[in-house]
Design a binder for this molecule. Structure first.
Ligand code: ATP
Length: 209
């Protein structure tokens, strides 16, 4: 399939669409309307229609979209057939929660290996994931691991990132509040849970339902 370039905002909604379409397909449904999709994923139907037009999926009036077509498109676009191996750096409270969760509902994403500096954690496993010392990161990090989740204290986030930049890692999901600089070849996404909550509070106050 020749993949068109999709706008970033659309690309961010892909996993949401994918999860819903996968469930539809499992339940044996053959087609879905943009109204049904809109209700399920809470994205307005005009946005859905525009997003889907980038996928080459043109819904027909009175028919909707073909579920199997969408499913195979999403699977390919999101590389759902490949296993995504992830490393986790910083096995504190949040890091431990991630290791226990380990994307179990998402069977192609898996944290394979974790690193910390706390001697009491080194050599142990959490939910089957081995924890190594950060000093051994370059040695232990498998080549197939291209993503890292960062759950270290903020004050070490930049130093840890600088080391990650010398490995095969290409993407970092930063859960620390630190704003980190990365070299050109690395993509970094920031998830600051405190900021997200504050934003929600702001919206509740200024845009009440
Ligand atoms: P905890 O209760 O285990 O301290 P926490 O999430 O509140 O959890 P943080 O101080 O944020 O604690 O540290 C998170 C984890 O990062 C801890 O397990 C800590 O040992 C680890 N850590 C600290 N410095 C580094 C580092 N330089 N590299 C890797 N991990 C580190």
């Amino acid at each position: 399939m020749n993949q068109p370039k999709i706008p970033q905002a659309t690309a961010k909604r892909l996993p949401l669409y994918y999860r819903f379409i996968k469930n539809l397909s499992l339940s044996g449904k053959q087609r879905v309307s943009s109204a049904e999709l809109s209700e399920a994923v809470k994205v307005d139907s005009a946005t859905i229609r525009r997003d889907f037009s980038y996928f080459g999926a043109l819904g027909k009036k009175g028919y909707g979209y073909n579920v199997n077509y969408l499913l195979s498109f999403f699977r390919q676009t999101l590389d759902q057939d490949d296993l995504i191996s992830v490393a986790l750096i910083g096995v504190g409270n949040l890091g431990t929660a991630f290791l226990n969760y380990n994307f179990t509902k998402n069977n192609n994403t898996k944290i394979e290996i974790a690193f910390d500096v706390d001697e009491s954690k080194i050599g142990t496993k959490i939910s089957g994931v081995p924890i190594y010392h950060l000093d051994d990161m370059e040695k232990e990090l498998p080549e197939n691991v291209k993503l890292a989740i960062l759950t270290v204290p903020s004050h070490v986030a930049q130093a840890v990132t600088d080391r990650l930049a010398t490995t095969a890692i290409e993407g970092i999901l930063n859960f620390t509040p630190a704003r980190i600089n990365v070299p050109e070849h690395i993509r970094i996404h920031h998830i600051d849970l405190a900021v997200e909550l504050q934003t929600l509070v702001y919206f509740l106050k200024h845009y009440p339902k």
